[in-house]
Design a protein around this ligand. Structure first.
Ligand SMILES: Cc1cc2nc3c(=O)[nH]c(=O)nc-3n(C[C@H](O)[C@H](O)[C@H](O)COP(=O)(O)OP(=O)(O)OC[C@H]3O[C@@H](n4cnc5c(N)ncnc54)[C@H](O)[C@@H]3O)c2cc1C
Length: 482
């Protein structure tokens, strides 16, 4: 895959790319090469959340306007050079590892935002990251689900892409289209769940809503020991049965916390009036956590940083990503938590953490989100296949310090992913596309990402044939086997 030439050929190709491409781009657009004397810009754009099975770039282009992106696509097509866009560079999807020595279009400079007060529409550039989007929306007195797609407010507003009004994108042939309910509606359907297969998003417009509770959210961190595991997950299963749209629960494994080792942390977030949260907080407080943070009340954009012991203040920083470079993930959805599987998983995480203490990390994050609005929307409304089949999202993590040890870490993730699938209540893998293919040794079939009903893959593959017949966008969770 990618360009498979010798080192000298690659250097000369990269130099040619810069010479030829910079002429076609606007004045301030830049092409960075890995062997530039001043590597700062290349390295900044090359930095990625995980180095495990990552794409590699022969050249990274910083466009300054939409037309620059179109020019790069046309040029790359003409020369037969593989290309791929990047946003926050946070994805862990190992299919990207097949992209080697191609051109990266760094979309980050295209992070402009616009507000249409009459329609309550926010338009954001294709390179904007969640933090920028959320701060912009919050300052307008508005809110919507955040996350790549699913998030804490999905019980009220559905997934973020359920709120997409339109998307302007560059197709594989370099043409530009706007997809919406009325323009290329077939493509608009496919974008919401499988968008990376069809083009590069230049911008997208979303419906937003007046913020509840003045934009203030309440959060609690409660910590439990491993021997409280069954009680914690029994309570979680029970709370989920009547989970209100205002509540979201994350569970994390911590190797160390406040002087204790091996902790299960439950984070509750309530997006309504604080007093209404009491019955739910009380159910977890009554399990006698070893530590309870009490309530913190914070503005919406601060949520990622104030929750679970403010850990994200550190982990959101790209310069920190290289401290644990080879992050791997195994993910699955479960209908309810099987208590035995969950306990044995955490026991395994504990023993692996002890055994491999100096050689890597093992952890997990589970997302238990409300689903009211998600499930009001009809199942065939978008390409996202798991409206009714994704009660809890499980992310299992393992990070070896050295790639020589990768097998042990991959085997751990693959084994527990299989165990969770077996006891998920769904009888099969139902994978959120952004969490899939986290190890290179356990492949998620396209059906797990895009739906098992044959009409779904058939519809998506017909769209692929129509909008990207040469399968140019084939690197991230490809629809077609390559
Ligand atoms: C620890 C962790 C927690 C997470 N939590 C959540 C969560 O709560 N909710 C949720 O929904 N997701 C979550 N995710 C998933 C994450 O949001 C996705 O991986 C998302 O794609 C990351 O966005 P990015 O811009 O950083 O991606 P990148 O890595 O930059 O890109 C991801 C893919 O999208 C393509 N791409 C980038 N920009 C464009 C564009 N403009 N047009 C077309 N294609 C493009 C890239 O080519 C790449 O293939 C989590 C991931 C991790 C690792």
């Amino acid at each position: 895959m990618g360009c498979q030439q010798s080192g000298d050929d690659l250097v000369s190709l990269a130099v040619t790319i810069r010479t030829e491409l910079e002429r076609k781009l606007s004045n301030k657009a830049r092409v960075h090469l890995p062997f530039d004397e001043d590597k700062t810009e290349f390295e900044k754009a090359n930095l990625r959340f995980t180095q495990y099975e990552r794409p590699t770039y022969l050249a990274i282009v910083d466009p300054v306007c939409e037309n620059d992106v179109i020019e790069v696509v046309k040029y790359a097509r003409e020369k037969g050079i593989p290309f791929t866009p990047r946003g926050g560079h946070h994805s862990v999807t190992t299919t990207m590892g097949r992209f080697q020595n191609g051109m990266c279009i760094n979309m980050r400079p295209l992070n402009q935002m616009r507000w249409d007060a009459g329609k309550r529409h926010v338009t954001i550039g294709g390179g904007a990251i969640t933090d920028e989007f959320v701060r912009f929306v919050h300052d307008l007195g508005m809110e919507v689900t955040f996350g790549a797609g699913l998030g804490r407010l999905q019980g009220k507003y559905g997934f973020l892409n359920d709120n997409m009004i339109s998307c302007k994108l560059v197709l594989a042939d370099g043409s530009m289209v706007v997809a919406s309910k009325n323009s290329h509606p077939d493509l608009f359907w496919g974008l919401r769940g499988a968008g990376h297969n069809f083009g590069i998003a230049l911008e997208a417009t979303f419906q937003v809503y007046p913020q509840a509770n003045g934009g203030i959210h309440h959060t609690w961190d409660l910590e439990y020991t491993l021997d409280q595991c069954d009680e914690v997950f029994r309570t979680l299963n029970s709370v989920y049965e009547s989970m209100p749209a205002e509540l979201a629960i994350f569970v994390l494994w911590l190797r160390r916390s406040s002087g204790r080792k091996h902790i299960i942390l439950v984070n509750l977030v309530w997006s309504g009036a604080a007093a209404d949260a009491d019955p739910y907080v009380q159910r977890f407080e009554s399990l006698e956590p070893v530590l309870s943070s009490g309530r913190k009340s914070i503005p919406w954009p601060e949520l990622p940083y104030a929750t679970y012991k403010e850990m994200n203040k550190l982990f959101c920083k790209p310069e920190i990503w290289l401290r644990g470079p080879y992050k791997m993930m195994g993910a699955a959805c479960v209908e309810t938590f099987d208590l035995k599987t969950t306990r044995e998983f955490f026991e395994s995480v504990k023993s692996m953490s002890e055994k491999w203490e100096d050689r890597g990390w093992f952890s997990a994050m589970f997302e238990c989100l409300p689903d009211q609005r998600v499930r009001e929307i009809s199942d065939d409304a978008t390409a996202f296949p798991w409206r009714g089949g994704s009660n809890h999202f499980l992310m299992l993590n393992a990070t070896p310090k050295r790639m020589e040890d990768r097998k042990v870490f991959e085997d751990h993730l693959n084994y527990w992913k299989r165990r969770f699938i077996d006891t998920s209540g769904y009888g099969r893998l139902q994978q959120y596309v952004s969490y899939g293919n986290g190890t290179s040794t356990m492949k998620d079939p396209p059906e797990a990402l895009y739906g098992y009903e044959p009409w779904r893959l058939e519809k998506l593959r017909n769209l692929k044939q129509k909008y990207d017949p040469d399968n140019v966008f084939r690197w991230y969770q490809p629809l077609l086997e390559s």
